[in-house]
Design a protein around this ligand. Structure first.
Ligand SMILES: Cc1cc2nc3c(=O)[nH]c(=O)nc-3n(C[C@H](O)[C@H](O)[C@H](O)COP(=O)(O)OP(=O)(O)OC[C@H]3O[C@@H](n4cnc5c(N)ncnc54)[C@H](O)[C@@H]3O)c2cc1C
Length: 308
C-alpha cells in the first residue's frame, strides 16, 4: 500500500507535484474534503467552494442519482452544476483518463460519480496499492492455485471459438480453438466486450438483454514500458497523474514495485490514453511520442532527441 494521496504532475511547473493528501485520522468523506481543501496549487478557494456545492446532489442523491447521470458527459455535467471549467481541466481530464482512458467530453458522468461516491463513502476507497511483482505471477497464479486446490482445471491457449445452442436457445456446449468441445453445468464468459459481441450466436442478438451490448464498445488504450539506463530523480514512490495530453498515469516501477527495484536504473510504466488515433501506429512512433511527453515531465533529465 502506498501513502493515501493522489499526486499530480504540474505541466506549468515541470518537476513539481501537486498533492491531495487524505489524512488517516479523519473518516470518509471528511478525509477527502480535507484533501481537496488543503490542495493549493491546482484549485483556488472560489473554485473549491463551487466544486463542493456542485457535488452536493451526487453526495445526497445516492445510486439513483448516479445512474440518472449516464446521459451526460463529464464536461456537460460540470457545466450543468455550475462547476468552473478550470476544475474540469485541472482535475477531471486526469481523472477521466485514469479511470476510463478517454477525455471528459466523451466519458459518461456516471463512471466518475461511481468512483467519487466510493471515495466519499469509504475511508480507504481512494488508497492505492502496487503488486510486489509481475501480474501473471503475483495476481493470476494465486487465482489458478485457488481453482486447482478446489479440484478445478485451468486450460491455457484454448479460446472459446463458438457457443453451441440447444433448440430452446440455451447453451449446449462451447467449442474451443483447439477443437475441444466442453460441456458444463453453467457457462460464464469473461472475454472483453468486443470479442463477446463477435461470439454472440445469431439467435441471441435480438434478445433485449444482449441487444444492450450494441452500445458497449471497448476503449483502445496502450501500456508503455521503458527501461532507462539511469535513475530518474523526478519520480516518487506512488502512482503519478501525468496531466499530459497523450499520457495518463505513470509510475517508476524501480521505486514502486519490489520485483523491479533498482537503485541505479528507472523503469517507467505509462498508460498512453486516449489511444484511438495511436493504436495502429508502430512501437517506435509510440515511443517517440511518449519520449516527447516525458521530456516535458522531466526537462532536466530527458530529451526527446536523446541528447540528455
Ligand atoms: C493500461 C491499463 C491499465 C490498468 N490499470 C489498472 C490498475 O492500475 N488498477 C486496476 O484495478 N485496474 C487497472 N486496469 C483495469 C483492469 O486491467 C481491468 O479492469 C481488468 O483487467 C478487467 O478484467 P477482466 O477479467 O474483466 O478482463 P481482461 O483482463 O481483459 O480479461 C479478458 C480475458 O479474456 C481472454 N479472452 C479473449 N478472447 C477470448 C476467447 N475467445 N476465449 C477465452 N478467453 C478469451 C483474454 O485473453 C483475457 O485474458 C487497467 C487496464 C489497462 C488496459
Amino acid at each position: 500500500w502506498k501513502e493515501h494521496s493522489m499526486i499530480f504532475a504540474m505541466p506549468s511547473k515541470p518537476g513539481e507535484f501537486s498533492r491531495f493528501d487524505f489524512p488517516d485520522v479523519l473518516p470518509a468523506p471528511l478525509n477527502g474534503i480535507w484533501a481537496i481543501l488543503k490542495n493549493n496549487e491546482m484549485l483556488t478557494w472560489p473554485e473549491k467552494v463551487r466544486f463542493a456545492i456542485g457535488l452536493l446532489p451526487a453526495m445526497l442523491g445516492g445510486q439513483a442519482y448516479v445512474e440518472a447521470q449516464d446521459g451526460l458527459s463529464v464536461k456537460e455535467w460540470m457545466k450543468k452544476q455550475g462547476i468552473p471549467e478550470r476544475v474540469t481541466d485541472e482535475v477531471f481530464i486526469a481523472m477521466s483518463k485514469a479511470l476510463n482512458f478517454i477525455n471528459p467530453d466523451e466519458l459518461s458522468m456516471q463512471c466518475i460519480l461511481i468512483a467519487l461516491n466510493r471515495f466519499l463513502q469509504e475511508k480507504h476507497g481512494s488508497k492505492m496499492a502496487f503488486l510486489d511483482g509481475n501480474p501473471p505471477e503475483r495476481l493470476c497464479m494465486p487465482v489458478v492455485d485457488h481453482i486447482q486446490s478446489l479440484g478445478g482445471e485451468v486450460r491455457l491457449n484454448s479460446r472459446l471459438q463458438k457457443i453451441n445452442l440447444n433448440d430452446d436457445g440455451t447453451v449446449k456446449s462451447f467449442t474451443l480453438s483447439n477443437g475441444n468441445v466442453v460441456e458444463g453445468d453453467a457457462y460464464v464468459i469473461a472475454a472483453p466486450v468486443d470479442i463477446l459481441k463477435l461470439l454472440l450466436p445469431e439467435e441471441w442478438k435480438e434478445i433485449p438483454y444482449f441487444k444492450k451490448l450494441d452500445k458497449l464498445v471497448g476503449v483502445p488504450v496502450i501500456n508503455v514500458h521503458i527501461w532507462f539506463d539511469r535513475k530518474l530523480k523526478n519520480t516518487y514512490d506512488h502512482l503519478l497523474f501525468s496531466r499530459s495530453p497523450l499520457l495518463s498515469v505513470y509510475a517508476d516501477m524501480s521505486v514502486t514495485c519490489k520485483e523491479y527495484y533498482d537503485p541505479n536504473r528507472s523503469m517507467l510504466e505509462l498508460v498512453f490514453a486516449p489511444a484511438e488515433e495511436w493504436i495502429g501506429c508502430s512501437d517506435s512512433e509510440i515511443i517517440e511520442a511518449t519520449m516527447k511527453e516525458l521530456a516535458k515531465l522531466f526537462p532536466d533529465e530527458i530529451a526527446a532527441d536523446q541528447s540528455k
